[in-house]
Design a protein around this ligand. Sequence first.
Ligand SMILES: Cc1cc2nc3c(=O)[nH]c(=O)nc-3n(C[C@H](O)[C@H](O)[C@H](O)COP(=O)(O)OP(=O)(O)OC[C@H]3O[C@@H](n4cnc5c(N)ncnc54)[C@H](O)[C@@H]3O)c2cc1C
Length: 377
Amino acid sequence: MGKPGKRLPVRGGDRRPARVRPYSLTGGRTRFGHVLLVETFVGATAALEAAEERKELTNGNLASRVTPEMRAIVVLCRRMRTVAEIAALLRMPLGYFSRTYDLVLVSAGKGELVQMFARDAERSPYSEPQRALAVAYVHGLGPRPEHPDMEAVRCNLVPGVGEMFVMPTFTTSGRADILFWEGVPGGPLDAFEDVRDPAEHLSLTLEPMERFLPWEYARATEVELTDAGGTLAGRYAPTVRNPVGRLPSGGLVLGVADVVVADDPITGQGSNSASKCAAFYLASILEHGEEEFDEAWMQATFDRYWETARHVTKWTNAMLGPPPEHVLNLIGAAGQLQPVADRFANGFNDPADFENFFYDPKKTGGYLMEVSGASGA
Ligand SMILES: Cc1cc2nc3c(=O)[nH]c(=O)nc-3n(C[C@H](O)[C@H](O)[C@H](O)COP(=O)(O)OP(=O)(O)OC[C@H]3O[C@@H](n4cnc5c(N)ncnc54)[C@H](O)[C@@H]3O)c2cc1C
């Protein structure tokens, strides 16, 4: 909103406006004077006057006759803001967006908005959290002794107690490692819930490492938290939801990624799955052309993603239960036979393959016979 004759520069003004815009132009969309991309900066000048070409919005008197939304935008834009920032800060209700836009996607992770998407009981075998999660970002962890020069994730299974993942990462203070306990609820690792002090969180992380995983603890004697915000604890029930949410206004919205499929992080699949979900949705949007984004389209779009996601969910839920004997045999064999280790590791990339050798004891046995026969073991 600049003064007449004194326009702000329009970044990307030569780009075609996208068909699906994650933002709104208040005051109607019948025509627009500027191309506003989500990253376009908007600033309000001191004189509250409508631009010459938009006089009808205010009848020339912006201070008293503008819509509340526009007044709020002017106040927000006393400091330069992007269009995306303005939309977020205005906290416009979803009903507004569903009335205004062709399609509204809700990608609120595990935020409270997920409540508008009904739980799919058939696809959600657990109604309670299966792990208490506790994460600490640290500096000062020693290298892996067997491969000191190569970064890698280490996964430790402590039967009946939980799992520890040690993951190299980058954070604002540089290279770091994540010490991530997944504790069986009610067990010795389920101790972080009420801890508010980051130092206490770290010592609660290290104590069970010394007790159950002395080889990991040996690397961790010098660690310190990356910063006071370097810890996280919580839990949630792995849940698949109905992808279509109905707003009180009757409008429909489509859930994305964790909103619709929130698996436990035990298999570390969530971020990849979120990217795959976005890619499937984008393909469906582009293929749909000018058609309406109705409920049938929303369901079909999710179903397309679910064809991939269902394998992730099945495998992740299986990993949360006590491992059956044939899985223990498989993991044991992976320690001896490189092809088995490779196939298991590659399952993280394509969990659909677990159908062929992981769930069914007969298939696991057949596969292990085949590999050990081929290797002469
Ligand atoms: C402890 C833990 C460890 C994990 N480890 C791994 C791992 O190793 N590998 C892996 O791939 N995945 C891991 N995941 C899972 C991964 O983080 C998620 O699956 C992924 O981030 C989901 O992406 P998303 O975009 O759906 O949600 P998110 O990344 O959660 O993003 C949702 C965003 O929406 C915002 N939001 C919520 N409500 C609103 C609202 N009303 N208005 C505006 N914004 C809102 C939130 O603040 C958040 O920024 C882990 C998860 C946890 C909890």
